[in-house]
Design a protein around this ligand. Structure first.
Ligand code: KG4
Ligand code: ZN
Length: 493
């Protein structure tokens, strides 16, 4: 709970202050400050005990953060962010437009906190801290009125977000209310431009995103029947993905944020894939295990709560979608390979060829797919050398069955080890009907339910980004305009 700091709180507050800083505020300074009308002091309380406190000074249109301190036993539990969100709201209510603060250059944790609340480094005060002669970095927030309004709307489930996604080969935009109600979703696929090269060509992806992004976002707004003035926030995929593709969405979103003053939320693409499941299944609630299988990733993740991720297993080489794409290329079936192989597999015999199941019994939750791909290559070469006709449906079905067997076994094991009652299947490869059914049947034997997004939400789209952005916004997580694309962004970072 966040409440006003009262004079009777001073002993406990000073205890926290003195254990947090080399040059703490004195009791007299704090007492004098509390009496001033242009100051705002708040405490965070848990079970009647103060665990953090902070204060700002509001002068005309500017608010200055003077102090934020958290009890040593309660660091990294989100209290500093909660305090900052409350202080921003109060500053905005008092008419402040922006907020500023100084932070020690060596205080990486504080710098990360402020950056994740929309502050950018704007300058440096040399030798600002007299005890150590250390420099202070000066940070400024983005417009705090719209930010505080957006956080409040998200907490009430009423936020309207425009999200864009350009991490790979689809340019996508979506307008979403309350993180769950999709008002419009537009996906412009570039697949035709990449197909003739047998895979995504980064330079082409980047150029096509640049050509499409403005029209795609405008189409989403028109379909949703809203204008920029109706929005509470903008959201964008910050990573992981192709850097030249990510920067297009980020530059567009930052430009819009600058022009409109709206807060900007950065979303992890993989987190987006997991959130896609919530759009279908409103009841879905953690804890659950997610199997995330896309063109770039294969991950098994334990999700104890929304926004918290524990990586349990991953591919040691090729991603699941990549294996489908490479085998399809080998068989001359074009790009992307997943849909063609799964269609062909329907008329093939999955037991026709005994392809290996790498790592099936490895004892951990990692998978490896390149050995299976090599086995398919060797099989095809041997059959061709022997002059035998290839049965594409049988190869497709047998290869697909090998991939699925391993994914299903590992996911089932992860789910039972973590005693979860639900599994989420996400990412482009989740569009594979045999994987969906195989996993559903295996989990059912243990009484575990499977949530799979509808096909259009499995492959890349911006609604999943908007859904994840809603939760981040409600937590007060926004980007400053100096934020960059992070091509290898980790889940949970
Ligand atoms: O998630 P996504 O759209 O893009 C990435 O973030 O990578 O996933 C694309 C991948 C491609 O590798 C594609 O071949 C695969 O998903 N895929 C499939 C199927 N549909 C798409 N893989 C297997 N079976 C499918 N039906
Ligand atoms: Zn994806």
């Amino acid at each position: 709970m966040i409440r006003e700091l009262r004079e009777s709180d001073l002993p406990r507050v000073l205890e926290i202050e003195c254990t947090s800083f080399d040059a703490p505020w004195s009791e007299g300074m704090l007492r004098d400050d509390l009496a001033r009308s242009d100051r705002v002091w708040r405490v965070a309380e848990v079970g009647g005990r103060i665990v953090a406190f902070g204060g700002i000074m509001v002068i005309a249109s500017e608010a200055h953060v003077m102090d934020i301190a958290v009890d040593g036993d309660h660091r990294r539990e989100g209290y500093a962010r909660e305090l900052l969100v409350a202080l921003v709201a109060e500053a905005a209510a008092r008419g402040a437009k922006r907020m500023t603060l100084e932070v020690r250059e060596s205080n990486a944790e504080a710098l990360a906190l402020y950056a994740s609340c929309g502050f950018d480094v704007a300058g440096r005060r040399t030798g600002y801290y007299p005890e150590t002669a250390e420099d202070a970095l000066v940070m400024w927030s983005r417009p705090i009125g719209p930010q505080s309004h957006a956080v409040a709307a998200a907490r009430a489930g009423e936020d309207l977000i425009l999200a864009v996604e350009t991490s790979c080969d689809e340019t996508a935009a979506s307008v979403m209310r309350g993180g769950r109600e999709e008002l419009a979703s537009v996906v412009a696929s570039q697949i035709d431009f990449h197909a003739r090269f047998g895979g995504v060509v980064p330079e082409i992806a980047s150029r096509k995103h640049t050509e499409a992004i403005v029209a795609v976002a405008e189409e989403a707004l028109v379909k949703a029947g809203v204008g920029f003035g109706d929005l509470h926030a903008l959201a964008v995929t910050q990573g992981p993905g192709l850097v030249g593709a990510l920067v297009v969405g980020l530059a567009y979103a930052k430009g819009l944020a600058l022009a409109t003053g709206l807060p900007l939320v950065g979303v992890n693409h993989l987190e987006g894939h997991i959130y896609a499941a919530r759009l279908l299944d409103a009841e879905l609630a953690p804890p659950f295990v997610a199997l995330l299988v896309s063109g770039g990733h294969t991950l098994i993740v334990h999700v104890p709560a929304w926004g918290h991720y524990e990586l349990l297993g991953r591919t040691l080489d090729d991603a699941a979608g990549e294996a489908f794409d490479k085998v399809a290329k080998l068989l001359g079936l074009g790009y992307p390979g997943g849909p063609v192989i799964s269609r062909l597999a329907e008329s093939g015999d999955a037991a026709a060829i005994a392809f290996p199941r790498p790592m099936l019994k490895s004892g951990n939750l990692d998978v490896s797919l390149s050995g299976l791909k090599t086995a398919v290559i060797q099989y095809v070469e041997a059959e061709r050398a022997a002059g035998r006709d290839l049965s594409l449906p049988d190869i497709a079905a047998s290869f697909q069955a090998a991939v699925i067997d391993v994914q299903v076994a590992k996911t089932l094991r992860a789910a039972t080890e973590h005693a979860v009652k639900a599994v989420v299947l996400a990412g482009g490869v989740a569009a594979n009907p045999a994987l969906r059914e195989g996993l559903r049947a295996a989990l059912a034997t243990e009484g575990i339910t499977l949530s799979v997004p509808p096909l259009g939400l499995c492959t890349d789209n911006a609604s999943m980004i908007a859904a994840a952005a809603h939760d981040r916004l409600a937590a007060g997580r926004v980007l400053g305009l100096s934020a960059d694309a992070v091509p290898n962004l980790r889940l949970g970072a």
